[in-house]
Design a protein around this ligand. Structure first.
Ligand code: RIB
Ligand code: CA
Length: 336
C-alpha cells in the first residue's frame, strides 16, 4: 500500500461530478462547491438512488442552496444500459433527498444531455478534466461509446463504487455497480487512469455525533440543511443496514481529488461480473502482481477519517459563509 503524492498542488482541479443525489451525493456536491482546490465545471445526473428526474431536481436543489448559479446541472441517462432501473429509496426516500423541508430550486437544468456534455467538455480541454462519478456509471459508459477518445483526453476518473470484500445490495455487489454492471465493465476496461473508492474505503467515512456537533457549531443554513439530511440518512442506515453511524460514501471520491494523501490506495486488477446469478455487479479485485497487458486501477484501502471530515466540514463552513450559501431561516433558497 502506498500514500499517493499530492496531485496538481496549487491550481484548482477541474471536475465534472456525475451523480445520483442522494444524500451522500449531496455532501459530495457541497464538498466540491466549498473547496478552493476544486473547480466544479458541471454536475451531471443519472438514475440511481432515484429516477433521473428526481436526481436532477435534487442536484438543482443543492446547487441552489450552495449558490452555484453558474454551474450547469445536466440531466443524463434515465436507466441502465441493459437492465431495469433499481432505485435505493430505502436510503434516500421518495424524493431522493428526504429529511429536510422541501426546497424549491431556482437553479434549473441546462439544455442538452449529460453524455454530450461530458464528451464535449472533456474533448475541449484535453488532459485537464477529472471525471468524478458517484452514481451508476451509465452516463460515463455512454460517453465512452459516443467518443472513445475521452479515455485519452480525460485527466483521470475517480468513482465511488464497488467493493473488494462485501457488497451492500447483495453480498457480492455494491449499489452503483449492481444497478448497471454492463456500464461499470466498460468503465473499468477503458484505457484511462481509474481510482475505485469502494465500500471497504467509504465505510470508514462514518458520520458521527462529533460531525453533527461541528455542523451545529457552523450553524449556517446550509449546515442546518446538511444536519437534517444526515439525520435522515442515519435513521435510514440504522433501519435498513443496522449501522449505528451512516457511511457517507460519495464525498470520498471528491476528497481523493482534493487531497489524495488522506488515502492509502493499492494497485489491483478489477473485473466486473455481469452474468453471475448471485454475483452480478461484483467488482472482482485482484491485488496480486501486475501481469503484462492486464489493466490495473487504484483501489482505496484506508482513509484518514479525521482529515476527511475536516475537509468536508470546512468546505461546508466556507460554502455557508459565501454570499450565496446563506438560506435564510426558513430554508427558502437563496436567489441564485
Ligand atoms: O453504495 C453506495 C452508493 O450508492 C452511493 O453512491 C449512494 O449514493 C448510492 O448511489
Ligand atoms: Ca451516489
Amino acid at each position: 500500500m502506498r500514500h499517493v503524492q499530492q496531485l496538481g498542488a496549487g491550481h484548482p482541479r477541474k471536475i465534472i461530478l456525475d451523480c445520483d443525489p442522494g444524500h451522500d451525493d449531496a455532501v459530495a456536491i457541497a464538498l466540491a462547491a466549498g473547496s478552493p482546490a476544486i473547480e466544479l465545471l458541471s454536475v451531471t445526473t443519472v438514475a440511481g438512488n432515484q429516477t433521473v428526474e428526481k436526481t436532477t431536481r435534487n442536484a438543482c436543489v443543492m446547487c441552489t442552496l450552495l449558490g452555484l448559479s453558474n454551474t450547469p446541472v445536466v440531466a443524463g441517462c434515465s436507466g441502465p444500459l441493459v437492465r431495469a432501473l433499481r432505485t435505493a429509496s430505502e436510503f434516500s426516500g421518495a424524493s431522493g433527498l428526504d429529511g429536510p423541508p422541501p426546497v424549491e430550486p431556482t437553479v434549473v437544468p441546462a439544455a442538452g444531455h449529460a453524455v454530450d456534455w461530458i464528451v464535449d467538455s472533456v474533448m475541449a480541454d484535453p488532459g485537464e478534466i477529472t471525471l468524478v462519478a458517484t452514481g451508476p456509471l451509465t452516463n460515463v459508459a455512454m460517453a465512452l461509446r459516443k467518443e472513445p477518445a475521452i479515455a485519452q483526453a480525460v485527466r483521470e476518473v475517480v468513482i465511488m463504487g464497488g467493493a473488494y470484500s462485501r457488497g451492500n445490495v447483495t453480498p457480492a455487489a455494491e449499489f452503483n455497480i449492481y444497478v448497471d454492471p454492463e456500464a461499470a465493465r466498460a468503465v473499468f476496461e477503458a484505457p484511462w487512469r481509474l481510482t475505485m473508492m469502494g465500500l471497504d474505503l467509504t465505510h470508514q467515512a462514518t458520520f458521527g455525533c462529533d460531525e453533527e456537533r461541528r455542523l451545529e457549531e457552523i450553524g449556517s443554513p446550509i449546515a442546518r440543511f446538511m444536519i437534517e439530511l444526515m439525520r435522515y440518512f442515519r435513521d435510514a442506515y440504522r433501519a435498513a443496514a443496522g449501522l449505528e453511524d451512516p457511511p457517507v460514501h460519495d464525498p470520498c471520491a471528491v476528497a481523493y481529488v482534493i487531497d489524495p494523501t488522506l488515502f492509502e490506495v493499492a494497485s489491483a486488477h478489477v473485473e466486473v461480473e455481469t452474468s453471475g446469478t448471485w454475483t452480478s455487479g461484483m467488482t472482482v479485485t485482484d491485488f496480486g502482481p501486475a501481469r503484462p497487458g492486464v489493466r490495473r486501477v487504484d483501489v482505496g484501502i484506508k482513509l484518514d477519517r479525521e482529515g476527511f471530515w475536516e475537509l468536508v466540514l470546512s468546505a461546508v463552513e466556507r460554502a455557508g459563509r459565501s454570499k450565496a450559501g446563506s438560506l435564510g431561516s426558513n430554508h427558502s433558497p437563496a436567489r441564485a
